[in-house]
Design a protein around this ligand. Structure first.
Ligand code: MG
Length: 348
């Protein structure tokens, strides 16, 4: 699990900034017509016709957002792209381009950055996006990665956070809490490794939750699915900080309330068994865990027949008038107000 990343070490100073950029970006291909000019000039040129453009950016900082002792650089590159694409899809848009900027200290040799860029390249291939620019600079402490993603959406097809109406269904994709429990397992193994570097943990019972933490996917497929089903969400957000804080965003911005049913929250069996092992409540994990990168959206009840029985989509509640408030309806049928307790990196 904890890799000795680099046998070979090529000093970054041997290449220089432009040599480094050329080296790291030489495999990137252009796939979209909207990419008029990619890497290689002062700026990229993008041409979009009759489309609205969405832009989103994210900054990942070593020690705050990731820990390289269990996060291989390849996975980190992949994940840094995914977290941005997830925000593009949350607008009901198609992701088309990204830029990638890194600040890196001299403890990273070229081979480490190559791993990072293999991850970026893999994500770009799988999600069909062009890498059109970026910046590379030095840092005195650790690694910083900033990715900006650009997407396109037909005018009026974009979906915001503020369109939910009372009586709308609240729907979530996939399952929740796995990335957080994967992190708990990785943190535990890191402590074990510190005490006994020769330990060979059997992580196979945790394969799904660890993959959800180290190699999350963004729900590009859902944007297509909704289009095929002819369902346009009334509001949508991606779940990066935990279900409860995203529900609160939708409710506050749409000026509505909500009832969420505990028994409806989708959990993978591995999440349930690992929660039992760690003695953590699985509902708490689903509500507050974060980093699931699933989509949470609201839609009219009139369209319910279109999504009924779809294994990707789970109705977990109903939107209410604002005065009712935002509640979890527990299995015991009591109502508990939902409060945001998502990731708070500033409190770490
Ligand atoms: Mg988001």
């Amino acid at each position: 699990m904890i890799e000795d990343k680099n046998q070979q070490r090529t000093q970054l100073s041997d290449l220089g900034e432009f040599g480094l950029i050329d080296h790291l970006t030489k495999n990137f291909e252009i796939k979209h017509k909207s990419t008029v000019k990619g890497i290689g000039d002062d700026a990229a040129v993008l041409g979009f016709k009759n489309k609205n453009i969405v832009i989103t950016t994210d900054l990942l900082v070593e020690g705050v957002h990731f820990d390289l002792s269990y996060m291989p650089l390849k996975h980190l590159g992949y994940k840094s792209v995914i977290v941005n694409l997830s925000d593009v899809y949350a607008m009901n848009a198609e992701a088309t381009q990204i830029t990638v900027s890194i600040a890196v200290s001299n403890r990273f040799p070229l081979e480490a950055l190559e791993d990072l860029y293999v991850g970026i390249e893999t994500a770009a291939k799988i999600y069909n996006i062009d890498v059109v620019g970026g910046d590379t600079t030095s840092s005195t402490t650790g690694l910083l990665i900033s990715v900006t993603a650009i997407g396109e959406v037909k005018s009026n097809n974009e979906v915001y956070r503020d369109g939910a109406k009372p009586n709308d269904l609240l729907v979530v994709t996939g399952d929740l809490g796995a990335a957080y429990m994967g992190l708990q397992v990785l943190e535990r193994e890191k402590e074990v490794y510190k005490v006994n570097p020769n330990s060979q943990p059997d992580l196979s019972p945790y394969s799904y939750i660890i993959e959800r933490q180290l190699k999350p996917e963004a729900r590009k497929d859902i944007i297509k699915l909704l289009k095929d089903l002819e369902v346009k969400p009334s509001s949508m957000i991606d779940i990066s900080d935990g279900l409860s804080s995203e529900i609160i965003h939708l409710c506050k911005q749409s000026k509505v309330g909500c009832d969420v049913y505990e028994e409806k929250i989708p959990l993978d069996p591995q999440v349930i068994s690992t929660c039992e092992e760690f003695n953590i409540d699985s509902t708490t994990v689903a509500l507050n865990g974060g980093e699931d990168y699933e989509l949470l959206f609201t839609m009219s009840q009139d369209d319910y027949s279109k999504i009924k029985a779809n294994p990707n989509l789970t109705v977990i509640g109903y939107m209410k008038v604002a005065q009712v408030g935002i509640h979890l309806v527990t299995r015991a049928d009591t109502k508990i107000p939902i409060k945001a307790q998502g990731w708070k990196n500033f409190n770490v």
